[in-house]
Design a protein around this ligand. Structure first.
Ligand code: PLP
Length: 408
């Protein structure tokens, strides 16, 4: 049995990559053999075979890391900071993250609650590995960043999706649906806010209500807050840190990737209860040994001097949002709201219920690669995600291609 869709057991028209059939003598663990395909990755793979493409399918901007960050890492590299370091990151970086929390979030988070990881993705794996037993259920608020679902599968957990509601492109959560999805096998609630892909931002009142419920039922919460600084009307999004106590059953995933254009650096952090520090250190030791040494110096510079860069990026993307809306207005079949957080626009096209067929058509006929919504959960099977964190000219070119295929 090969990799099937997480959503309905089949994946009509899935964009297949090479090496899909493992010979039986190379059989791997069952859970790996049956791992759900990632339709977003399949789409990118397919597009690579199709020549001239503009890709807005990726989850990153096209600005390189600013020089003040790169220089700090280069200096450390040239000074020979190239050895193994502490498993959960250098004391200096943990302290700098703590200061950042105090400055931007107004919370005192001691360093024994801050675990530096080789990427936000790694932070996610550490938290999920620490918590899940085989067949534990995970309530995931979807649409959600696909990797979170993949990590649960690898950890042999079972995913129960609770979909957000969408009206005129705006997303909202009915918390009662989350409460109703929890049963005696549920171990944790998984969410991303601000959300990749929908841009939904969980209000603080809902965070409080969800935390109260989780406390009552003995559940963990994993909140992915990687996009917590990418808002167009506020300095930061609400965080579970605003409502939680230090010893709550809570992990928060964070990353240097998006705020400071550092996706290739592979650095992130996990915030959790101090009592989990030893366990997370043990898993991290076996998993990554330690985060990379000299990039941590760049990360310190990012936290210390990186606020103007975040503001500049947001100003640039705000202009891109205007361009996006201008093109959407030319194509009345597109249903989308003005993005208020992240650098994604999640839209649907009336009369186009199959996101895989549409993404394939955009690739084949328009030379435009976008991410199919089914990557992010059942609820977004009819949606497409576009990343607008690119130069204005590239965005305009891409939008011309989109409108060209969809018609005005
Ligand atoms: C919600 C979310 N969390 C985490 C990550 C990954 O972060 P990192 O690059 O640090 O692995 C992404 C990347 O797209 C993301 O969208």
């Amino acid at each position: 049995m090969k990799n099937k869709s997480p959503f309905d057991g089949s994946f009509p028209g899935a964009l297949q990559g090479p090496g899909d059939e493992t010979p039986s003598y190379l059989k791997l663990r069952g859970v790996i053999e049956n791992l759900s395909r990632n339709p977003g990755a399949d789409t990118v793979h397919y597009a690579r075979t199709r020549g001239d493409q503009i890709s807005l399918a990726q989850g990153e901007g096209d600005t390189p890391t600013p020089a003040f960050i790169a220089d700090a890492a280069v200096k450390a590299l040239s000074e020979g900071k190239t050895c193994y370091g502490p498993v959960l990151g250098s004391d200096d970086l943990r302290q700098e993250i703590s200061s950042y929390y105090a400055r931007i979030y107004g919370h005192q988070i001691p360093t024994n609650r801050i675990f530096v990881t080789a990427s936000g993705t790694m932070a996610m794996h550490l938290a999920i590995t620490a918590l899940l037993e085989e067949d534990d259920e995970v309530v995931a608020i979807t649409p959600i960043w696909r990797n979170l679902l993949g990590a649960v599968e690898i950890a042999r957990g079972r995913i129960r999706e609770v979909p957000l509601d969408e009206e005129n492109g705006l997303w909202s959560l009915d918390l009662d649906r989350v409460f109703a999805a929890v049963n005696s096998r549920t171990k944790l609630i998984l969410l991303t806010s601000p959300s990749n892909p929908s841009g939904w931002v969980m209000p603080e009142s809902q965070m409080q209500a969800l935390l109260d419920f989780a406390r009552m039922r003995g559940l963990w919460i994993i909140s992915d807050e990687v996009y917590g600084r990418l808002l167009y009307d506020r300095v930061r999004a609400p965080s579970f840190l605003d409502v939680a106590q230090p010893e709550d059953r809570l992990f928060i995933i964070n990353s240097f990737s998006k705020n400071w254009a550092m996706t290739g650096w592979r650095l992130g952090w996990l915030t959790g209860p101090a009592a989990a520090e030893g366990a997370i250190r043990d898993i991290a030791l076996y998993n990554m040994m330690c985060p990379p040494a000299f990039p941590q110096y760049g990360a310190i510079a990012a936290l210390r001097h990186g606020e103007p860069f975040i503001r500049e990026q947001l100003e640039m993307w705000q202009k891109n949002i205007d361009i996006l809306m201008e093109y959407y207005a030319r194509c009345p079949r597109i249903v989308a709201a003005r993005p208020r957080a992240t650098f994604y626009s999640l839209f649907r096209v009336e009369g186009e219920p199959d996101c895989l067929a549409l993404t394939r058509r955009l690739i084949d006929e328009g030379g435009l690669t976008l991410a199919p919504g089914c990557s992010f959960g059942k609820v977004t099977t009819g949606y497409i995600r576009l990343c607008f964190a690119v130069s204005e000219s590239r965005l305009r070119q891409a939008m011309e291609r989109l409108v060209g295929v969809l018609g005005q």
